[in-house]
Design a protein around this ligand. Structure first.
Ligand code: UD1
Ligand code: CA
Length: 447
């Protein structure tokens, strides 16, 4: 069956007190919006429409960064959740099968829950949850497994306010039925909004069945404030740490390890304390990341060791058994099998061949102030400590650079490159110089 996703993300999110649209605030290293999109994407939707409003251009950009195939509909001005769904209708005029409405600010809905909604027998299916504190949510008025109405907090009677079965906002229905009903919802004059929850009345009047599926409250957690965002981050991290350990990853100090939404770590890898994973990191089985490392957009192969205190930036690609030590930064660089970069080094826009050793203090001088240039180092080479590799430059296989060299020309295979001033020794000069300086200091004191 075809599925279309409609992700509502037009709200201002005024309680964030921010210039940034709410759904672009980061959660687990990626925009809040990505979480709902990823949950929806798991259903393999034929089409995804993101409804934008406040900060529409930025939100659309983020949606396209997540998936180029996503289309956006501008809701200007936002006039309620039914209006938001109706705005998506022209982009779904030829859609078939079912549609699911998700909120961009509700990150933890599980694909299994959405699937259960698609599988439910009723024509319209809302997602509900038992709220510890129902204040602010729409309350479900039910009769058996039928959903009779949803009453918003503002319109609820004291008796209705006591109901704890609440509306998450997620809805599933046959796509054209949903779009038609959403467009037909009457304006609530007193609040000047079109409520998506009002499709229930319209559906029942047509003889359609309306039901609900429930999920744990944690899944429907919506973000309205920065405090809720921080709480959501904590919840995400706690769950991800537990999942990692369950899958055979050793976390030396789990509460100090921070993952991104998409962090992948293989079995029997070990992660030291205070390691931070940005988006796009994969660590293969048996690798070790020692304490205090920061990693993003990189791949670490089997048996590699990294850190402590290393920084791997986007495009860092470490082959098997590579060793990266302390105070090393690697960006957009491929390190072939067995390469060793032990200490105090920057490798950017580079390729290093297998079993090459990079000495302490090596720097690829990749930026001339305007453009970036590449450094290519062959296999089994030895880069002496404190070598400056002024890119573009190539060092051949089995070549050696002398410590302290500034390498500005290519080094042929097997050659020794000496790119530093020759040393001169002046016998006795150190002692004579010191005596002279001490004499000057003594004369000044005597003045
Ligand atoms: C809505 C539900 C309520 C439910 C609650 C769950 C309605 C009428 N009420 O209330 O039953 O318990 O969510 O959190 O549906 N949005 C748009 N365009 C709009 C309005 C909203 O895109 O014109 C988006 C918002 O960005 C947000 C979501 O829809 O992601 C929900 O909007 P919000 O205003 O937070 O709805 P609530 O009043 O909380
Ligand atoms: Ca809300």
């Amino acid at each position: 069956m075809q599925v279309s996703l409609i992700v509502l993300a037009a709200g201002l999110g005024s309680r964030m007190n921010s210039d940034l649209p709410k759904v672009l605030h980061p959660l687990a290293g990626v925009p809040l919006l990505d979480h709902a999109l990823a949950a929806g994407q798991a259903l393999d939707p034929a089409r995804t429409v993101v409804v934008t409003g406040h900060g529409a251009d930025l939100v659309a950009k983020a949606a396209h960064a997540f998936d180029e195939g996503i289309v956006t509909a501008l809701q200007d001005p936002p006039q309620g959740t039914a209006h938001a769904v109706a705005v998506a209708a022209p982009l779904l005029s030829d859609a078939e099968g079912k549609a699911i409405v998700l909120y961009g600010d509700t990150p933890f809905v599980r694909p299994q829950t959405l699937q259960a909604m698609l599988d439910a027998p009723q024509d319209i299916v809302f997602l509900g949850f038992q709220a510890a504190n129902p204040k602010g949510y729409g309350r479900f008025l039910t009769e058996g497994d039928r959903l009779l109405a949803i009453v918003e907090e503002k319109q609820a009677t004291p008796a209705q306010k006591a109901i704890t079965l609440c509306n998450s906002g997620v809805v599933a229905a046959e796509v054209q039925t949903l779009l038609r009903l959403a467009a037909a919802v009457p304006l609530r004059e007193n609040v000047s909004e079109y409520y998506l929850t009002d499709i229930i009345d319209l559906a029942r009047a047509e003889g359609l069945s309306v039901g609900f599926v429930t999920c744990p409250e944690a899944e429907t957690l919506g973000i309205n404030t920065r405090a809720q965002l921080a709480a959501a981050e904590a919840a995400f991290q706690a769950a991800k740490r537990a999942e990692m350990m369950e899958e055979g990853v050793t976390l030396i100090s789990p509460e100090t390890t921070f993952f991104a939404r998409d962090t992948y770590i293989g079995r029997d890898a070990t992660i030291g304390p205070a390691v931070i994973f940005g988006p796009g990191v994969t660590v293969e089985t048996g690798a070790e990341i020692k304490g205090f490392c920061h990693l993003e957009g990189c791949h670490i192969s089997r048996g590699a060791t990294v850190g402590p205190f290393a920084r791997l930036r986007p495009g860092a690609e470490l082959a098997e058994d590579v060793h990266v030590g302390n105070f090393v930064e690697i960006k957009n660089a491929v390190l072939d099998e067995g390469v060793k970069v032990g200490h105090l080094t920057y490798l950017g826009d580079a390729h290093v061949g297998e079993f090459t050793n990079i000495g302490a203090g090596t720097v690829t001088c990749n930026y001339d102030g305007v453009m970036k240039h590449r450094t290519t180092i062959g296999k089994n080479a030895f880069i002496g400590s404190d070598t400056m590799l002024v890119a573009p430059v190539t060092v051949g296989d089995h070549a050696l650079t002398a410590s302290g060299s500034v390498i500005t020309q290519d080094v042929p295979e097997g050659a020794l490159a000496l790119g530093r001033a020759a040393q001169v020794n002046k016998p006795g000069l150190a002692v004579r110089l010191m005596d002279k300086l001490r004499a000057i200091k003594a004369a000044k004191k005597g003045q």
